[in-house]
Structure formats: structure tokens, C-alpha cells
Design a protein around this ligand. Structure first.
Ligand code: NAP
Ligand code: G4F
Length: 335
């Protein structure tokens, strides 16, 4: 019999890729959307009627209970969060409410409606923060460095706690940074590839960035949603790290992106203190050994391949919609 899944964070990067994956596997897929005055559905428009949308919010436990009663899911993937790290210093309480307590609201709703639902929590390498060992694995102690990291750590531990307290099938995926042409333009990878495309097309003169020395383990988002699904198909619920095992600096990402369109980044990049964070995560690199062994999970793209597909897609996008994208940047203030 075909399975049913509920995805929170459906309008985000990972939600859209996970919906595609589950639909291709024959699932009935519901996506939770919040009520907004405009529709932020650009990543999921193409899924049409194969995706069912339900209205609710991680801030409102009753809405979650009603949704679970309506959808009767076998699996719930909690991808919703205030996920942008810098914003978590200015919207600290909101980040705690959505990214931290929101997990408990959803787990409570699962306890009330159906304890057999399998649950995935979107945990993060940001929980390692000031990394206590290199590379980071499921055994590495946590040391978050932002209110976002702190809120995610609460979400991680409440998932573990409900598994141990109530016997829920609940997994926490500790995912390192994963990117794609659907990444929000506020995150550094897409901010750079999008700016490169606009500079090449003559729409932008410079690119203002923060810390170029921070290092991240960047993978390809479609691989990571496949890992989420694999975690929920195991006999026993456990936590897993998903990562490539390679680390690169922001500077390397910038250099490679500008090189892809035959430009020298030093002619365009300006370091702006506005983008330096109150506390930084200097070095992330994951050890995906457990996921490789137990889930047969592998990341499929190299660093250079990932940069290339993101630059190519942004070059295509800017060629197609140059003028309108320029006005979108002005609205968003190109964070
Ligand atoms: P994203 O693109 O920023 O998407 C976040 C999603 O959360 C959006 O759909 C957003 O909906 C939704 N959301 C925010 N507040 C909500 C609320 N109160 N109620 C319901 N939905 C709400 O994030 P992503 O990159 O796809 O990441 C997915 C998850 O994985 C997030 O939890 C993130 O923290 C975590 N994570 C991401 C990475 C990564 O590298 N991408 C790595 C580790 C962990 P709107 O469209 O309405 O704003
Ligand atoms: O792209 P970022 O904003 O991603 P960050 O902070 O690593 O968080 C992302 O990955 C986490 C997984 O580890 C997720 F949990 C989280 O939800 C999100 O998806 O920044 C990456 C690095 C940072 O060190 C930052 O200081 O890039 C540096 N950076 C330098 N200049 C910049 C900029 N980041 C942004 N966003 N904008 C800049 O101008």
C-alpha cells in the first residue's frame, strides 16, 4: 500500500526536493504552508496537483494536530525553521519559538494523534559550532555559536528525548550545508553565484561579503533529502550525520564561481563588516561514515561540480529574467 508523508518547510529548498523524491516513490505527499498575504510557492509550482497543501504553523500546536488528523501520515519530515543564522541574533525569541519549540509542538501533536508516525527532525552541523573535533561525527560534543544553533540543539535533544521517553520512531539528521540552484539568495553560496551571473550580465558592479575564511562542508541538496528518507526506512530510529567529508573556504567558493565565467573575484569582492557575525563557526567538516555504512548513502557531486551547476543556472536565470530579478534584489536588500 502506498505511504503518506507530511512535509513542513515545503516552500523551502529541501521541502521542494523531498516532495519530488517522495512523489516519485509513489507517496501521497502533503506540504504544510503558513498563511501569508502573498504566495511564496516558486519552488513547488511545478509539482501542481501531485502535492497537497495544508495550512498551519509551527507556532500553533492545534493547527498541527488538525493537520495530522486530516492527512493521517505514515511519515512526518520537520524541515520548517527560521533557518538563516544572522537573523537569529535579531529575531532571537522568534527563532527559539519556531526552530526550537516548534519541534516540541509537532512531537506533542504526533503523541496525541498517532504514536506510530515516523518523524524526521532537520538538525544541523551548526550545533557543532566551535567544533570540538575534526571531522565531526554523531559522537562529537556540541558547542553552538548562534541563537539558531542553540534553538536547533534544543530541537535535536527533544527529538532524542521523545524517542527515549515515548518510544517514538524519531530520527535527527545532522546535516552539513547543502546547496542547489533553489538555495535562498541570502545564503552565501547562492548570493555569490547569483551575483556572479548579474555582474557578468552587467547588472551589478560589486559583491559585498563578510568572512571569507570560514570553512564549510558543502554538498548537493537532492542527495541530502534522499538521506532523510533513508533514515526513516530503517528498522530502528537513530541519528545520522550527512556530509561530503570535504571542507572549503568561502573564499574558495567565491574564486571558483568567478572563474567559471572568466572573471577575477578580486576585482569585484568587497569585505563589508555588516556581514561579519557576532560569533562565527570557523570550520565544519563532517564524517558521513555511519550514513555510508548503514544507509548506503553517498554524496554525488564534487565541490567544483556543485559550483558549476549553480553558476550555470544563475547565468541562465539572469539571461531570461534580468530586469525583473534586479528589482527582486532591491526588495530583498540583497542580504
Ligand atoms: P529554507 O529554504 O529556509 O526553508 C525553511 C522553511 O521553513 C520554509 O518553507 C518556511 O516557510 C518554513 N517555515 C518557517 N517558519 C515557519 C513556521 N513558523 N511554520 C511553518 N513553516 C515555517 O530551509 P532549507 O535550506 O530548505 O532547510 C530545511 C531545514 O533543514 C531547515 O530546518 C534548516 O534549518 C535545516 N538545515 C538546513 C541545512 C542547509 O544547508 N540547507 C543544513 C542543516 C539543516 P515560508 O516559505 O512560509 O517562509
Ligand atoms: O551560507 P551561510 O549563511 O550558511 P550557514 O551560516 O553555514 O548556515 C546554513 O547552513 C547550516 C548548516 O551548517 C544550516 F543549518 C543553516 O540553516 C543554513 O542553511 O554562511 C556560510 C558562511 C558563514 O561562515 C558566513 O559568515 O559564509 C560566511 N559568509 C561570508 N560572507 C556569509 C557572507 N554568509 C552570508 N549569508 N552572507 C555573506 O555575505
Amino acid at each position: 500500500m502506498s505511504k503518506t508523508a507530511l512535509i513542513t518547510g515545503i516552500t523551502g529548498q529541501d521541502g521542494s526536493y523531498l516532495a519530488e523524491l517522495l512523489i516519485s516513490k509513489g507517496y501521497t505527499v502533503y506540504g504544510l504552508v503558513r498563511r501569508t498575504s502573498t504566495l511564496p510557492y516558486e519552488r513547488i509550482f511545478h509539482l501542481g496537483d501531485s502535492l497537497k497543501l495544508v495550512s498551519g504553523d509551527l507556532m500553533d500546536e492545534r493547527s498541527l494536530r488538525l493537520i495530522l488528523e486530516t492527512c493521517q501520515p505514515d511519515e512526518v519530515y520537520n524541515l520548517a525553521a527560521q533557518s538563516f543564522v544572522p537573523e537569529s541574533w535579531s529575531q532571537t525569541i522568534l527563532t527559539g519559538e519556531i526552530t526550537g519549540l516548534g519541534v516540541t509542538r509537532l512531537l506533542n501533536a504526533i503523541l496525541d494523534v498517532n504514536k506510530n508516525i515516523r518523524f524526521y527532525q532537520a538538525s544541523t552541523s551548526e550545533m557543532f559550532g566551535k567544533a570540538q573535533e575534526v571531522p565531526q561525527s554523531e559522537e562529537t560534543p556540541f558547542y553552538p555559536r548562534s541563537p539558531y544553533g542553540v534553538a536547533k540543539l534544543y530541537g535535536h535533544w527533544i527529538t532524542v528525548n521523545y524517542r527515549e521517553s515515548y518510544g517514538l520512531y524519531a530520527c535527527s539528521g545532522i546535516l552539513f550545508n547543502h546547496e542547489s540552484p533553489r538555495r535562498g539568495t541570502e545564503f552565501v553560496t547562492r548570493k555569490v553565484t547569483y551575483a556572479v551571473a548579474r555582474i557578468k550580465a552587467g547588472f551589478q558592479k560589486e559583491l559585498r561579503l563578510g568572512n571569507l575564511d570560514a570553512r564549510r562542508d558543502w554538498g548537493y541538496a537532492p542527495d541530502y533529502v534522499d538521506g532523510m528518507w533513508r533514515m526513516l526506512q530503517q528498522e530502528k530510529p537513530e541519528d545520522y550525520v550527512l556530509a561530503t567529508g570535504e571542507t572549503h573556504s568561502v573564499r574558495e567558493w567565491v574564486e571558483e564561481s568567478f572563474n567559471a565565467v572568466n572573471l577575477n573575484y578580486q576585482d569585484y569582492v568587497v569585505v563589508d563588516p555588516k556581514f561579519i557575525r557576532p560569533a562565527e563557526v570557523d570550520l565544519l567538516v563532517g564524517n558521513p561514515g555511519k550514513a555510508r555504512q548503514r544507509l548506503d548513502w553517498h554524496s554525488t557531486l564534487s565541490f567544483s561540480e556543485l559550483v558549476a551547476i549553480m553558476v550555470d543556472e544563475d547565468v541562465r536565470l539572469v539571461k531570461e529574467h534580468g530586469a525583473s530579478l534586479k528589482s527582486m534584489d532591491m526588495l530583498r536588500g540583497l542580504r
